[in-house]
Design a protein around this ligand. Structure first.
Ligand code: GLC
Length: 405
C-alpha cells in the first residue's frame, strides 16, 4: 500500500482569515478575494457579508469583540471607528509593520485617521471625500456659474425648478445614520463652525455658525429645493435621484462619478468642492476604509499577508477601475492609464487633501449618535435648529466630561 511520509505543504489545510464587510463591498471584493486565494494557496480569505450601513457593521464588530472569541482576523474599518476600536484594545498595533517611507505614499489624513495615541492601527485601502455634483448642462442653459456659496446654490436650484428644467434642486443624505454626520461636517465647515475640538475638548454645536448650518439644511426642505424624502435618504437614494436626472445638485462621495458616467448623465455633470459662506472655505469630510488586524487573531501572519495584498498599487488600481472607489495611494492619482480612463481623478486630489476628519476621539460613535438624533429632530421639524443644537451640545459635553471610550 502506498503511504505518504509527512504532508507536503501544498496539501495543508489553508489558514482561514476572516473579515466582515458591507454586503455591497463584499460583491466588489469578490474578484480580489479570488485572486488572493489563488496566489496564496496556504491562506483562505473568507468574507462575511454585513449590512450596508457603516454603523450597523461597526455594531457587529463591536459585539463580536465584546463577547470575546471574535471570529474576525481582519477588521475592514471605516476611518471613524479606529479610535474606539484601538482604545478598547481590539486591534493589533501595526506601527512596526510599515516604515515611514511606506506610509508616505498615502493621503496624510488617511494615515492620521488610522492612528491612536501615536500608534498605527489601520492601513488605508480606499479613500473618500464629500463633494458637490452639479448638472453642468442645466447651469449652462440658464447661464449660471457653479455655486460657491450656499446662497448661490439656493438661487440656481430655485431658478432651475421654476423653469421646469429639473424636479429637485439639491439632494443630500438626511437619514439618521453616520452619513448624516459626515455630510453635516461639510456644511458646518462651510459656515466656519466646528463640532468637537479634541485638543480643547470643546463643543461648537450650539454656536451661531452651527445653528446657521442646520438652518440652511432646513431651508432646502422648507423651500422645496430638496424633496421631503431627503430626511430618509442615504448615499444610494440620493445618487439614484441625481443619476436619473431628477436633481440639479448632489452631495456625495467620489464613487458616484464612475456610476453616473456610465449612465445617461454622462458628460452632463461635473464636480466641485462643497459650498461655503463668503469669507469661509469649503470643507470636505474625509471618509474611507482600510484594514486593521484583530488583536485576538490566531493567524496574524496570514492576516498581514492579506493586508499587504490590498496595499499593492496594482490591486488598488484594479479596484478603482472596477468600482470607482478611489485608491488610498497618492501615486494612482497621477497614473496616466487611470487618468486616461477617468479624467476627473486628478481633480479629486485637492478636494481630498483639504478634507477634514470627523472628531478623532474614542467616543466618536456616541458623539455621532447624539448629533444624528438632534439633527434629525431639527430636520423633521420636531425641534427648532437652535434648541436641537443646544441639546446636542449639552449631551456631547456630558459625554466628553465622562472621558474614556
Ligand atoms: C462612506 C465613507 C465613510 C462614511 C460613510 C457614511 O462609506 O467612506 O467614511 O462614514 O460613507 O455613510
Amino acid at each position: 500500500m502506498f503511504m505518504f511520509l509527512g504532508t507536503p505543504a501544498f496539501t495543508q489545510t489553508p489558514v482561514p482569515v476572516k473579515v466582515l464587510i458591507q454586503a455591497i463591498d463584499a460583491t466588489h471584493w469578490q474578484p480580489l478575494v479570488t485572486q488572493f486565494n489563488q496566489t496564496h494557496p496556504n491562506i483562505q480569505l473568507q468574507v462575511v457579508k454585513g449590512p450596508n450601513n457603516t454603523n450597523l457593521v461597526e455594531d457587529l464588530y463591536t459585539s463580536a469583540f465584546l463577547l470575546g472569541d471574535s471570529p474576525y482576523d481582519l477588521v475592514y474599518m471605516d476611518i471613524v471607528w479606529v479610535q474606539k476600536f484601538a482604545a478598547a484594545g481590539w486591534l493589533a498595533d501595526l506601527s512596526d509593520r510599515m516604515t515611514p517611507e511606506e506610509l508616505n505614499v498615502y493621503l496624510q489624513g488617511d494615515i492620521e485617521g488610522g492612528r491612536y495615541q501615536g500608534k498605527l492601527y489601520r492601513i488605508p485601502f480606499q479613500t473618500d471625500g464629500g463633494m458637490l455634483y452639479y448638472r453642468r448642462d442645466l447651469l449652462e442653459q440658464i447661464g449660471a456659474a457653479p455655486p460657491e456659496t450656499f446662497a448661490e446654490l439656493m438661487t440656481i436650484a430655485k431658478t432651475l425648478q421654476e423653469r421646469n428644467l429639473v424636479e429637485w434642486g439639491y439632494v443630500w443624505q438626511g437619514k439618521q445614520y453616520e452619513g448624516l454626520s459626515a455630510m453635516f461636517v461639510e456644511i458646518l465647515a462651510g459656515y466656519g463652525g466646528f463640532w468637537i475640538d479634541p485638543q480643547m475638548q470643546a463643543v461648537g454645536l450650539d454656536e451661531a455658525q452651527a445653528i446657521a448650518a442646520v438652518e440652511f439644511l432646513r431651508d432646502t426642505l422648507a423651500e422645496g429645493i430638496s424633496p421631503p424624502g431627503v430626511t430618509t435618504y442615504s448615499e444610494e437614494e440620493t445618487r439614484r435621484l441625481f443619476q436619473n436626472g431628477k436633481a440639479a445638485f448632489l452631495r456625495n462621495w467620489p464613487y458616484v462619478y464612475s456610476l453616473a458616467s456610465d449612465s445617461d448623465l454622462a458628460g452632463k455633470f461635473a464636480i466641485k468642492p462643497m459650498m461655503h459662506t463668503p469669507g469661509n472655505t469649503s470643507g470636505a469630510c474625509l471618509g474611507g476604509w482600510g484594514l486593521g488586524m484583530a488583536k485576538s487573531s490566531q493567524h496574524p501572519d496570514a492576516a498581514w499577508q492579506a493586508i499587504e495584498y490590498f496595499n499593492q498599487p496594482e490591486v488598488q488600481r484594479q479596484y478603482f477601475q472596477q468600482t470607482g472607489y478611489v485608491p488610498a495611494r497618492r501615486s494612482l492619482f497621477y497614473d496616466s492609464q487611470l487618468i486616461t480612463e477617468s479624467n476627473y481623478l486628478p481633480r479629486l486630489l485637492p478636494v481630498l487633501d483639504n478634507s477634514v476628519l470627523r472628531p478623532p476621539i474614542p467616543q466618536y460613535a456616541q458623539a455621532s449618535d447624539i448629533l444624528q438624533r438632534y439633527l434629525s429632530a431639527a430636520l423633521t421639524g420636531r425641534e427648532t435648529p437652535q434648541r436641537a443644537m443646544e441639546l446636542a451640545a449639552k449631551e456631547t459635553r456630558v459625554l466628553l466630561s465622562r472621558g474614556g471610550g
